[in-house]
Write a protein that binds this ligand. Structure first.
Ligand code: ADP
Ligand code: MG
Length: 365
């Protein structure tokens, strides 16, 4: 009955224009947009599989289908540049350069600069050179056009400490469009690429005059403007504990990104212990900070994505210190003890769903 109620709630939210920050288990599908029936009025919808996740787009106004093709091309070309497994991508080239400088495009240079800056501010909680560790746990994808993950396993402590000797974002050198990485290191942009893809797609839509669109990039929601009637988009924030896709709350969003990281998105279990894909660079193991989910709301999807991963690793107290020190974004932090902490700027735009077991705490500056 509870499950039925949850599904009903999810459906109601969806029908009322709500999109969950949900990462569905990706089914390999073609990267071409699959057009869905137009639900009436000037609106186009499309679904693609890119960056290892299912993405759905909803674009209001004229030329919706054209706009979907446009952003699909942009996302596909970003994937070709930023993918760690695609031979010849900027990231692949950096990882295979055996310590030599590599010329990269603007996107990779921008994201690596951003990642280094965030790594610094977050005291190493975000570290793009964690890739060897992520691989050891089996959370890296197997390769091009093969979205499945490698075999999950729990690496031994000695193996992890050896791998951590090759992890340090400060050793990534970015200068004048070239990147140099020590030969014994590897990097990946999995923690920020999807949010950045949403940011770029939204910018492109705005440049083309779109004033109302919602892009769901698998756990990352990017909005352009508001709903066509001028009211805010309503985004369902997934209950991290549920397996039904139930929501714990609803976030109103206008022209911003909302990016969620959680330990329930990709995980495996062994001997009754759950291991997930967000790693603490201090230990080389899945981050157990007490937070079960972090959502970052802000203007720049790439930054929000990097922060969602970093704050998940940092835990509530450090995360809120970070917010107070640097600002420029709002956050929804879900604690293992069923408390939802929201930063002051979300007071009027976030509410828990009725009858939830969660309690809400507003954090003032
Ligand atoms: P998702 O990809 O589910 O949206 P995140 O944005 O939190 O989740 O990014 C997690 C991905 O980033 C992992 O799959 C891994 O490739 C990489 N990663 C894991 N831990 C870290 C970390 N501490 N710093 C940087 N990248 C990480
Ligand atoms: Mg992230």
């Amino acid at each position: 009955m509870k499950r039925f109620a949850a599904i009903l709630l999810a459906l109601t939210l969806l029908l009322s224009g709500c999109t969950g920050t949900v990462t569905p288990t990706p089914e390999p599908t073609p990267t071409l947009p699959v057009s869905l029936p137009t639900p009436g009025g000037d609106v186009a919808e499309g679904t693609i599989f890119a960056m290892d996740t299912v993405m759905t787009f909803r674009i209001h106004g004229e030329n919706g289908q054209e706009m979907i093709s446009l952003i699909t091309n942009t996302i596909n070309s970003l994937e070709n540049t930023l993918s760690v497994t695609r031979e010849g991508s900027d990231v692949w080239n950096i990882n295979h350069a055996t310590g030599e400088p590599i010329a990269v495009g603007e996107d990779a240079a921008y994201l690596l600069t951003l990642a280094k800056e965030l790594g610094e501010k977050a005291d190493g909680a975000l570290d793009v050179t964690m890739y060897p560790v992520v691989k050891a746990w089996g959370f890296a994808t197997k390769g091009v056009d093969d979205p499945g993950e490698a075999e999950h396993r729990v690496p031994r402590a000695e193996e992890l400490s050896e791998l951590l000797e090759h992890v340090d974002y400060r050793k990534v050198a970015v200068q004048d469009g070239t990147v140099t990485l020590p030969a014994d290191m590897e990097l990946d942009l999995g923690a920020i690429a999807k949010g950045y893809a949403g940011e770029r797609a939204a910018d492109l839509l705005r440049e083309n005059g779109v004033t109302s669109a919602l892009l769901n990039m698998g756990g990352n929601v990017q909005s352009v403007g508001s709903k066509p009637d001028g009211s805010p988009w309503r985004i369902g924030i997934q209950d991290p504990a549920g397996d039904t896709g139930a929501y714990l709350g609803v976030l109103q969003l206008v022209d911003q990104a909302a990016v969620t990281s959680g330990g329930y998105q990709r995980y495996f279990e062994e001997d009754g212990i759950r291991y997930w894909h967000i790693m603490d660079p201090a230990t080389g193991a899945p981050a157990r900070s007490g937070l079960t989910q972090v959502t970052i709301v802000g203007d720049k999807g790439g930054l929000c994505d990097g922060l969602s991963t970093a704050l998940f690793v940092m835990g509530r107290e450090k995360a809120l210190d970070y917010w107070r020190t640097y600002g420029g974004f709002e956050a929804i932090l879900v604690d293992g003890d069923n408390t939802v902490w929201i930063t002051a700027g979300l007071k009027d735009s976030f509410s828990l769903v009725e009858g939830t077991e969660y309690t809400l705490q507003v954090v003032e500056e």
